[in-house]
Write a protein that binds this ligand. Structure first.
Ligand SMILES: Nc1nc2c(c(=O)[nH]1)N[C@H]1C(S)=C(S)[C@@H](COP(=O)(O)O)O[C@H]1N2
Ligand SMILES: [Mo]
Length: 197
């Protein structure tokens, strides 16, 4: 008898982008040591180039409408994990609440550790892009980017900054940490946009 695994099932094949395999664990991928961040000390700062436009703290964020998403996540190192449940506040909703219109078409998102990754404004403002504070109904653990990380579910996972603390609106598209090592400027898993050039 031949047992066909996940890859034998058509409905799963349709869910796995080219070059990916299904991972059931939740790997940790961090370029930097895990920082210890207390929610009370957490801030998200929004800039246009060098100019600070807004600063949000946890007290403000926690009272905004909660978005829950369950998504298949794809890492450029080829693992894909199905049905990851994240909760938080959509970036779009946050900007509505603070009455701020996105000033440019390009953003650099970043972490308190110095990690950065560029995300086009239109992708940052999709309904399912969230500033997340929970994974599977629990607080996000420190090694997975807790207490707050960005989730940009439709792009390779390096676009989802852990220990998220800044959005910098830029006048043109510039690469962040991994993009400057040759990772793709956009990173669509269905188009296998792993590396540039
Ligand atoms: N601050 C920060 N964010 C990051 C990373 C990182 O090294 N530092 N790695 C990225 C990459 S390459 C991936 S695949 C995911 C990994 O998230 P995980 O460790 O929760 O699986 O986070 C992304 N966000
Ligand atoms: Mo990754």
């Amino acid at each position: 008898m031949v047992t066909r695994g996940f890859f034998g099932k058509k409905e799963n094949n349709d869910r796995v982008p080219p070059g990916q395999y299904i991972e059931n664990r939740f790997p940790v991928l961090s370029a930097e040591p895990t920082p210890k961040i207390e929610l009370e000390n957490w801030n998200l700062t929004i800039f246009k180039n060098d100019e600070e436009l807004a600063k949000i703290d946890w007290k403000f964020l926690e009272n905004l409408e909660k978005s829950e998403i369950t998504k298949d996540i794809h890492c450029v190192t080829r693992w894909s994990k199905f049905d990851m449940k994240w909760a938080g506040v959509s970036v779009k909703k946050l900007f509505q609440e603070i009455d701020l219109a996105p000033p440019t078409d390009w953003t650099m998102t970043g972490s308190s550790t110095g990690y950065t990754t560029n995300v086009p404004t239109k992708d940052l403002f999709l309904e399912d892009t969230i500033i997340s504070y929970s994974y599977e109904d629990e607080p996000i653990s420190p090694e997975h980017g807790g207490p707050i990380r960005l989730i940009v579910p439709h792009l390779y996972f390096w676009k989802s900054a852990k220990w998220f603390d800044k959005i910098i609106f830029m006048d043109s598209d510039k690469g962040g940490f991994w993009e400057n090592y040759g990772y793709h400027m956009y990173g669509d898993p269905w188009k296998e946009q792993r590396y540039s050039g």
